[in-house]
Every structure is written in structure tokens, then in C-alpha cells.
Design a protein around this ligand. Structure first.
Ligand code: PMP
Length: 359
């Protein structure tokens, strides 16, 4: 009897493995594995979320109109060219599903956000992983990899899992070298964390060219990961196409007003960023002082390299896990761990444990 069968390329895929949040035998874990923000969301966003409880029988506004207006107002953008999604994951996924298929190529960095290779495989397109340069995207490597089959180029800037970034002039150079038919996706999930002066998330390129889209999220510095709200600012032609294929009610009833209050609360965002910068600098310095190599980060996590097999990243990960500290081990980078910024106590706790591990 014939049974349902997916495309072969789907059967070759492994499901996404998220950061762990539980350890057997440990009652309360310290989760530093998913780049969430312990600083927490704006109290005004939390209030707005609670206020929606009475209206949950309703569908949300299908076009997230008020949210798009609020984002446009705060970031000085044209609301018509903004699209909201169930996390930026949804928008990144839709870009691949809309613009690529079998026979097409999608370019990204070898060490970069996992959603790009996963979704590229899901549509049967070919992923081209270009080795990183100084842990960020290698502009020349990407330009060399472009062929007549290339449909999309993804740059997570700053990069997850490395934390490194590309300067704005590098991004402009990358765009200038791409054919008009290739979409440049600037995934700026960590844009709010960036303190470097020569960084730009991408608005000005979006406004000048038909082949650029920038994606953003409320999951990181706005600390609303649980509500799944993201947005993108793109050339009108790209936004129009994604709007045709997305699910109509993609941003939930509690998510829209909470994100509106979050984006309007600029004071809270600034405090969140200051907290993140302080502890990112501290964590980086402490890891380096322990003789490890921390990659300079512009995000809310730090990637750190362990020296040798006797004191390996995997052994350290096991040591931390047993003690209830969850950080991220990354199979493509077996000598490294990615540690998200936690509270003061959590940051001090993870450093004390790594010190103990190193002996
Ligand atoms: N892009 C990058 C680079 C990320 O690290 C993440 C979250 N891990 C996302 C996009 C997606 O975030 P969300 O779907 O929560 O908006």
C-alpha cells in the first residue's frame, strides 16, 4: 500500500534543535542558551499584554496596522514597507519559500543563523555556505559565490552564533557587487545590542534599492521572545510578495499591543541595552582572563573558544549542565560554547563554574 511521502530533500533534513531548558535532576536551571533577555520587557508592554485577556476570542488585525505605524514612527520609516511576522523567523522563512526552489541557490555564512540552511533545504534549493572572515560575513567570498542561480544572500549582522559584525561600508560594498536580481537579506535581529559606531542595520539601502530587505525582532532587546513578534522593512516589491504568501493572522492578539508599547518605551530599551553592554563587556573580559578566547561581540551573547582536548568545550558544557547552567554547544564549532548574557548572579555563576572546570 502506498503511504504519504515527502520530497526526498525533506527526508534528508534533521529537525531544528533549540537550546535546552531542562536538566533531569536539576530543579531550577539557569538558561543561557537561547539569547533571551533576562532584563525583561517594558512594564508597559506587559500591561498591554495583560489587557488583551478579555479579547482573546477575536482574531488579530491581519495587517498589524497599529504596530507597523508605531514601528514606522519610532524608527522613522515608511509603514507601507513594513511587514510584521510571528517572529522574524517567519519572515526569513517566507523569503526563502517565496523566492527559492529546486535549482536555485541561497548564500549564507558557514557559521550563521541555522534557519537559512534549514529552510533552504526545505524548499529543495541549494545552500552555499561561505566561510566566515573574522567571524563575520566574508563580503568577497560571498560575491565570488554568486552565480546565475543565486536568488538570496543572507547576512546576519551581527552574526549568530559568533557575535561579530560587518561594518556598514562592507555591507554597502556587498550590495554594490550583487546583481539586481539577487535579494540581499540583512538579518538585524541583534541590531539594538550594537554599540559599534560603524554599524548600520540597513534602512538606507532598503530605501534606495529594489532588492534589499532588513529583518528585525522583538525577541532580543525588547525581551518579548515568547510572543513571537518580528518585522521587516523591505523594498515594496518584496513586501508585496511576502504579503501574498504569509498567513493572514500571523501576529497574535496579545503580541501586537505588547510590541507597540515595547517599541514606544525608548527609555526601557536604552536601559536594556546598557545592561546588556555592561555584562557583555564583563563576560568577555572574564573569559579572556581565564585564558579562553572570547569573540568580540555586538550581540547579547559571547562565543568562547576552549583551548585543548583536556579542557574541551564539550566537557565544559557537560560540567555546566550537571550544575544546572545551560549554555549552547554548537556542533559546527566543537571547540566553542555560546553563552547568553544573564543576570548579574547568573553571569558571575557561569564564570565561577568555568573557572572551577578549568582548575
Ligand atoms: N535572526 C537571528 C540571527 C537570530 O539569532 C534569531 C533568533 N535566534 C532570529 C533571527 C529569529 O528571532 P525571532 O524569530 O525570535 O524574531
Amino acid at each position: 500500500m502506498a503511504s504519504p511521502k515527502a520530497h526526498d530533500w525533506i527526508m534528508d533534513m534533521a529537525p531544528y534543535v533549540p537550546g535546552r531548558s531542562k536538566v533531569e535532576g536539576v530543579e531550577e536551571v539557569v538558561k543561557l542558551s537561547s539569547n533571551e533577555s533576562v532584563f525583561g520587557a517594558s512594564p508597559k508592554a506587559v500591561e498591554a499584554f495583560k489587557d488583551t485577556a478579555g479579547g482573546l476570542m477575536r482574531y488579530p488585525d491581519a495587517n498589524s496596522n497599529d504596530l507597523r505605524d508605531a514601528i514606522a514612527d519610532v524608527y522613522n520609516l515608511n509603514a507601507d514597507n513594513i511587514i510584521c511576522g510571528a517572529g522574524s523567523d517567519e519572515l526569513l522563512t517566507l523569503l526563502i519559500h517565496t523566492f527559492a526552489g529546486p535549482g536555485d541557490e541561497v548564500i549564507y555564512s558557514q557559521y550563521g543563523f541555522m534557519v537559512y540552511p534549514i529552510q533552504t533545504r526545505a524548499v529543495g534549493a541549494t545552500g552555499i555556505a561561505v566561510p566566515n572572515k573574522n567571524w563575520a560575513a566574508d563580503v568577497d567570498g560571498i560575491l565570488e559565490a554568486v552565480t546565475s542561480d543565486t536568488k538570496l544572500v543572507f547576512v546576519d549582522n551581527p552574526n549568530n552564533p559568533t557575535g561579530a559584525y560587518n561594518t556598514w561600508s562592507e555591507i554597502e560594498r556587498l550590495h554594490a557587487g550583487l546583481p539586481d536580481s539577487v535579494i540581499l537579506v540583512l538579518d538585524a535581529a541583534y541590531a539594538e545590542c550594537v554599540t559599534a559606531d560603524d554599524y548600520n542595520a540597513g534602512e538606507s539601502l532598503v530605501e534606495k534599492y529594489d532588492n534589499v530587505i532588513m529583518t528585525r525582532t522583538f525577541s532580543k532587546m525588547y525581551a518579548l521572545a515568547g510572543l513571537r513578534v518580528g518585522w521587516a522593512y523591505g523594498a515594496p516589491g518584496i513586501i508585496d510578495v511576502i504579503n501574498r504568501v504569509r498567513m493572514p493572522f500571523n501576529v497574535c492578539v496579545p503580541g501586537q499591543p505588547a510590541a507597540i508599547e515595547a517599541v514606544k518605551d525608548e527609555e526601557h530599551l536604552q536601559a536594556s541595552v546598557e545592561f546588556n553592554t555592561t555584562w557583555r563587556d564583563w563576560l568577555t573580559a572574564e573569559l579572556n582572563a581565564l585564558g579562553l578566547k572570547a569573540v568580540e561581540s555586538q550581540t547579547n551573547f559571547v562565543l568562547v573558544e576552549f583551548p585543548d582536548e583536556s579542557k574541551s568545550a564539550l566537557a565544559c558544557n557537560e560540567f555546566l549542565t550537571k550544575r544546572g547552567y545551560l549554555v549552547r554547544a554548537l556542533p559546527p564549532l566543537p571547540n566553542h560554547l555560546r553563552i547568553s548574557i544573564g543576570s548579574e548572579e547568573q553571569n558571575k555563576g557561569v564564570i565561577a563554574l568555568i573557572k572551577e572546570f578549568l582548575g
